[in-house]
Design a protein. Structure first.
Length: 184
């Protein structure tokens, strides 16, 4: 069965990062406490503003989130094909306009960018108004919530900050648990 299966299904692409190998595959930190918040993204707000402002008012600057699904009046996303310049494994595509879309399910991370400002990184599965299934990295500032609030389950990461920082192995900037915060 295994031999037959391998001839039917293509082998997944092998990802070889351009930088020096880091044997620690997952960078992690322990948060000794966390808050769980149910957030409702308000109609007309961008995904970015709908997350950053209410969580900031609660003192939450780093979090992991599950977006339970809902309608967006407009939404743009990117995909991550192989980098044609071979400087990294992937290179995000130019934004793709999905137009009005239903987010079936999404995961987002709230952290801080290299400039210290908030950043929302979101990957989601989408259904376009034409019925096409799409998915990828959602441009949070350009995803505008439709007529009904969208539920988001938030887990704050109160013991550390998530920050975008250059990763020498992948040769791209990634959100990483790098710097202790002062929110405890």
């Amino acid at each position: 069965m295994t031999a037959q299966r391998s001839s039917v299904f293509p082998r997944p692409r092998t990802l070889i990062h351009p930088g020096a190998f880091n044997p620690v595959r997952i960078q992690s930190k322990l948060s000794r406490r966390a808050r769980h918040v149910r957030l409702l993204l308000q109609p007309g707000a961008s995904l970015f503003d709908g997350i950053v402002a209410p969580l900031g008012s609660l003192g939450i600057h780093s979090a992991s989130m599950t977006i339970l699904g809902g309608y967006f009046d407009t939404l743009q996303y990117c995909v991550a094909p192989p980098d044609p310049r071979h400087e990294a494994v992937i290179r995000y595509s130019a934004p793709i306009a999905a137009g009005p879309a239903y987010m079936v399910f999404g995961n987002a991370t709230l952290g801080k960018g290299m400039d210290g400002g908030p950043v929302v990184h979101c990957h989601a599965a989408l259904r376009t108004a034409q019925g096409a299934s799409k998915g990828g990295h959602v441009i949070a500032q350009d995803a505008i919530v439709g007529s009904w609030p969208i539920a988001v389950l938030v887990t704050s990461l109160d013991g550390f900050d998530l920050r975008v920082a250059f990763d020498p192995e992948t040769n791209i900037a990634l959100i990483q648990p790098l710097q202790e915060n002062h929110h405890e």
